[in-house]
Design a protein around this ligand. Structure first.
Ligand SMILES: Cc1cc2nc3c(=O)[nH]c(=O)nc-3n(C[C@H](O)[C@H](O)[C@H](O)COP(=O)(O)OP(=O)(O)OC[C@H]3O[C@@H](n4cnc5c(N)ncnc54)[C@H](O)[C@@H]3O)c2cc1C
Length: 416
C-alpha cells in the first residue's frame, strides 16, 4: 500500500463487525481492504461470551435504571460499576444515558433492537453457509436461571414482554431444569429458556473463520493506524494512516469503541463509551454445560467453549485506556462458585474487553452524509457478535443505495 494508492472500499476495523461487512461487500463484487492497527480479532471481539443473544432486546437504558442504580452502585460484587479513574470523563455520557432511560426512548429502542435481532441467526446461518461453515453455530438455545422466587417472577414478566415482540421463550419449572442443566445447583428455582439463540465454541476462532474466508476470497488486509479521515477530496474519503493517504470510493468506520475519534474531525459526534466487560476461562472445571446459562440475579453468563467454561459479563463504565480491574474477572469465579460449588480454577485465564456502547444502547448503522462514501457501523455494545451479519447486510444496502432489510431510522448518527 503506497501513498498514491486508491481503493474501492476500505473497512476500518478488523473486529467481527468489520469482518462480516468485508465479507458481504466482497460478495457483492466490491474490492475490499480492511485496515487495523492491531492484530485482527484482538479487540472486543476476541473474548466475548460466544452467545448469539437474539433475546436481548431490552436496552439497559430503561426506566428501571432509576430504581436499580443506587442499589447497583453500592452492592458488593455488583454487576455494574464506574471506574474511579474515569468518573469525570464518563460523566457526560452518564447524563445522556439517564436522559435516554425514559419510557418512550426505551419503548422505541426495544422495538428497534427486536427488529435488528429478528434476522440475526438466519443472517449468520446464510453467511456461514456461503463459506461452508454453518456448523459453527450451535443452535441449542440458552437458559436464564433464577435462584430466588423473585427472580422467577422477573423471568415470567420478561417472558410476557418478549412475547409482545414475538421473541420465543419458555418458562422452565424447577422439576424440568435437570433436562437443561444436569448438575442442578441447590439454589436453582426456575428458568427461562430461549430456543431461538445460539452459541459458538470460540468467538476468536469464529471471527478468524470469517476473516480468513475474506482473505481467501480476495479481501486484503493492511496493518496500520488510521489517524484521520479527510472528506475534502470528494467524491470519496481519504483514510490517513501514519504513513500514507489512501483515497477510497467508500470508507466503512467499524473501529469499535475508537470509532468516535475518527468521525469527530468530519463533524460527526458519536458519544461512545468503553463499557468494559470481563471473562474468566476455567479450562478444567465442572459443571458440564450443554448450553450457555445466564445466572439471572448475578447477571453473567457461563458458556461451554471448546477450551473450557467461560464466565463472562459485568459492566464497568470507563475510558478504553484505563488499566483493567481484573478483580472483576475473579469476582465472576467467586459468584459462580457460590452457585455451583467446587469449581476448579486451575489454569484459569482472564480478559477484559471494551464494548462500544452508546447512551441509548442502540448501534449506529448509517451513511451520515447521505451519500455512499462514508458508512458508520458501530455501537453494538453487548450484541456485536449477535448482530454482525445483519449489520453487514444493512451496510451492503447502504453502499448500494438500496432498501436495507431493517428500518435503520433509529440507528442514525444524527440522533446525537
Ligand atoms: C465480556 C464480554 C462479553 C460479550 N459477550 C457477547 C456475546 O456473548 N454476544 C454478543 O453478541 N456480543 C458480546 N459482547 C460484545 C461484542 O464482543 C462486541 O459488541 C463486538 O466484539 C464489537 O465488535 P467490533 O468489531 O465493533 O469491535 P472490535 O472487536 O473492538 O474491533 C474494532 C477494531 O477496530 C480497530 N481500530 C479502532 N480504531 C482504529 C484506528 N484508528 N486505526 C486502525 N484500527 C482501528 C481496533 O484495533 C479493533 O481491532 C461481549 C463483550 C464483552 C466485553
Amino acid at each position: 500500500m503506497s501513498a498514491s494508492s486508491s481503493y474501492d472500499v476500505i473497512v476500518i476495523g478488523a473486529g467481527i463487525i468489520g469482518a462480516a461487512i468485508a465479507w458481504e461487500l466482497n460478495s457483492a463484487g466490491r474490492r475490499v481492504t480492511i485496515v487495523d492497527r492491531g492484530d485482527p480479532g484482538m479487540g472486543c471481539s476476541y473474548g466475548n461470551a460466544a452467545h448469539f443473544a437474539t433475546e436481548q432486546i431490552f436496552p439497559i437504558a430503561s426506566p428501571a435504571i432509576f430504581r436499580d442504580i443506587p442499589r447497583l452502585l453500592v452492592a458488593r460484587n455488583s454487576p455494574l460499576t464506574f471506574n474511579a479513574h474515569s468518573l469525570l470523563s464518563t460523566l457526560r455520557w452518564s447524563l445522556r444515558f439517564l436522559r435516554a432511560s425514559n419510557r418512550s426512548s426505551y419503548t422505541r429502542g426495544t422495538r428497534a433492537l427486536a427488529a435488528l435481532n429478528a434476522g440475526a441467526l438466519s443472517d449468520w446461518q446464510a453467511l456461514l453457509s456461503t463459506i461452508g461453515q454453518a456448523q459453527l453455530l450451535h443452535r441449542t438455545g440458552t437458559l436464564q436461571l433464577a435462584e430466588s422466587r423473585r427472580g422467577v417472577r422477573e423471568l415470567a414478566a420478561m417472558q410476557v414482554a418478549l412475547s409482545e415482540h414475538e421473541v420465543p421463550s419458555r418458562m422452565v419449572g424447577r422439576d424440568e431444569l435437570p433436562d437443561y442443566l444436569p448438575q442442578l445447583p441447590d439454589l436453582a428455582q426456575g428458568g427461562l429458556y430461549f430456543p431461538e439463540t445460539a452459541y459458538c465454541l470460540d468467538p476468536y476462532l469464529f471471527f478468524r473463520t470469517v476473516f480468513d474466508a475474506c482473505l481467501a476470497n480476495g479481501v486484503s488486509f493492511h496493518h496500520a493506524n488510521v489517524s484521520a479521515l479527510d472528506d475534502s477530496n470528494r467524491p470519496g474519503v481519504t483514510v490517513v494512516t501514519d504513513s500514507a493517504r489512501l483515497q477510497a470510493n467508500t470508507v466503512i468506520v467499524a473501529g469499535g469503541v475508537h470509532s468516535g475519534e475518527l468521525l469527530r474531525p468530519l463533524g460527526h459526534r458519536i458519544p461512545l463509551i468503553a463499557e468494559r466487560g470481563y471473562h474468566l476461562l476455567l479450562p478444567h472445571t465442572r459443571p458440564t454445560l450443554k448450553l450457555p446459562v445466564t445466572l439471572h440475579e448475578r447477571q453473567f453468563i457461563m458458556t461451554p467453549l471448546q477450551s473450557g467454561i467461560r464466565l463472562a459479563g459485568t459492566v464497568e463504565f470507563a475510558s478504553p485506556d484505563d488499566p483493567p480491574s481484573m478483580q472483576r474477572a475473579q469476582m465472576l469465579y467467586t459468584q459462580a462458585n457460590e452457585v455451583f460449588g467446587g469449581l476448579d480454577a486451575t489454569g484459569s485465564s482472564q480478559w477484559m474487553g471494551c464494548r462500544p456502547t452508546l447512551p441509548d444502547y442502540l448501534p449506529v448503522i448509517d451513511a451520515p452524509d447521505n451519500n455512499r462514501s462514508l458508512i458508520v457501523a458501530t455501537g453494538n455494545h453487548h450484541l456485536g457478535l449477535t448482530q454482525a451479519a445483519t449489520v453487514a447486510r444493512c451496510v451492503r444496502h447502504l453502499a448500494q443505495g438500496t432498501a436495507p432489510p431493517v428500518n435503520l431510522a433509529d440507528f442514525r448518527l444524527s440522533r446525537f
